[in-house]
Design a protein. Structure first.
Length: 429
């Protein structure tokens, strides 16, 4: 329930920001706004897949542990020691990653926007550096959230995340309505970081205490166990940026801020539908880890089927609702409707979320076996997606990147995931 509410609020938040940005900001500011959002996905690059792998490894250790009524973790000493070593590794990693991310994103983004022809028309530099600061601090939320969810505390984690997102969204809306323009994104991240980190840290105290549980014979070796899985996840997520989030930055450089703003709305609508439709995954993933630890591929396969059916139905309903809403806006308020880009581009982006529900659940089922066989497929998809968008966008216009996204997703990504999934399900799928 909390996972669904969290994704549902994400939809409300996205729609609210789209409405305020379209009505309150100029087309140029709209372009900068959505390009800011797209570049923030590079948080996943700084994360390097650590949070996801942390949840995977924690779920395997938690299979031999439990949280008692006295608020203490009990169970197999070996599992407690290994989980404690995961806590130590996670906290160290994200402290270092936050510093590196701030420097790379801050200076990289500063250069990216400074070479734009619209750089002198918008006050972007100070908001960008504030956003880089708070986005780097937000990385500290990730390891605690990963540990909570990996240890089966999905309700607590999702409830805390929902609380932080609601407060942060309200703050961002208020800043926008008061004329804060691009400062609204920095305010949103500042509040989300403070509230989310405070709630998660308090909830995870029993598990975080295991960091003091030292047993040199039973620890997770980062280099030997963790890194082989992490680097594969990282490469896949880096490729995911080019597959799912590079459209607005490409449009920004090809056609300018106005085109980037239109593409940005389409991409945000796609992510809103895709994320809400796959909300069930947040609750299913720790269970996938449990099935994988027991080598119960029959149970895992059944969980994937149920989740996929649920997600498909949700995606169809949400996509139809989004397309009908934008069509009505275009017919009733043409000037506002133009800020959403072409109807064909919007339909292609949003409709792609429907078949992607197959690959969403299948990918999670394989990854929670502590495997990442998707690196080659994701790299190939990223290469043809990026090249296709640059070429097609440069020749025909930025809105035609939607066609590239749809074709690559349906013809390459989804069939490739299905093939890999079948090979990694012990002959059951």
């Amino acid at each position: 329930m909390f996972s669904f509410l969290n994704r549902a609020w994400s939809i409300v938040s996205t729609l609210g920001f789209i409405a305020i940005v379209v009505l309150w900001l100029s087309p140029e500011l709209q372009g900068f706004y959505f390009t800011f959002i797209s570049l923030l996905v590079l948080l996943q690059v700084a994360d390097m897949g650590f949070g996801f792998v942390l949840a995977q490894f924690a779920s395997h250790e938690w299979a031999d542990l439990q949280l008692g009524k006295d608020g203490r973790v009990s169970g197999a000493p070996r599992a407690m020691a290994r989980l404690g070593s995961l806590v130590r590794i996670g906290l160290r990693w994200y402290t270092a990653a936050g510093v590196v991310f701030f420097l790379v994103l801050g200076f990289g983004g500063d250069w990216f926007f400074s070479v734009s022809p619209d750089a002198t028309t918008v006050d972007w530099r100070t908001p960008w550096w504030l956003l880089s600061t708070f986005a780097a601090l937000y990385l500290l939320v990730v390891p605690v959230q990963g540990i909570l969810e990996g240890c089966g505390q999905v309700v607590t984690s999702q409830r805390n995340q929902l609380t932080a997102n609601v407060v942060a969204t309200m703050t961002g809306w208020l800043v926008l309505l008061l004329g804060g323009e691009l400062y609204a994104i920095a305010a949103l991240f500042a509040v989300r970081t403070i509230v989310g980190h405070g709630l998660n840290t308090w909830a995870a105290r029993p598990i975080l205490r295991l960091a003091r549980f030292l047993d040199g014979d039973h620890v997770v070796r980062w280099k030997g166990e963790f890194w082989p899985q992490q680097w594969r996840i990282w490469v896949s997520w880096l490729c995911g940026f080019f597959v799912f989030q590079s459209f607005a930055p490409i449009a920004f450089q090809i056609d300018g801020a106005i085109a980037a703003g239109q593409i940005g709305v389409m991409v945000q609508a796609f992510h809103a539908v895709n994320q809400l439709a796959s909300a069930r995954l947040s609750a299913d993933q720790p269970r996938m880890g449990g099935y994988a630890a027991r080598r119960d591929f029959t149970g895992l396969s059944q969980l994937v089927r149920r989740g996929t059916i649920f997600n498909l139905i949700a995606a169809i309903v949400l996509a139809v609702a989004a397309i009908c809403t934008v069509y009505a806006i275009k017919m009733t308020f043409p000037d506002i409707g133009n800020r959403f880009g072409t109807m064909l581009g919007f339909v292609l982006f949003v409709a792609t979320a429907i078949p992607l529900q197959f690959s969403n659940t299948q990918t999670a089922a394989v990854r929670f076996q502590k495997k990442e066989p998707f690196v080659g497929l994701n790299f190939f998809c990223a290469a043809i997606m990026f090249a296709g968008c640059v070429i097609v966008g440069g020749i025909f216009g930025a809105e035609y990147m939607a066609l590239v996204f749809f074709v690559v997703s349906v013809a390459v990504l989804i069939p490739g995931v299905w093939y890999i999934y079948r090979r990694n399900m012990g002959g059951v799928a």
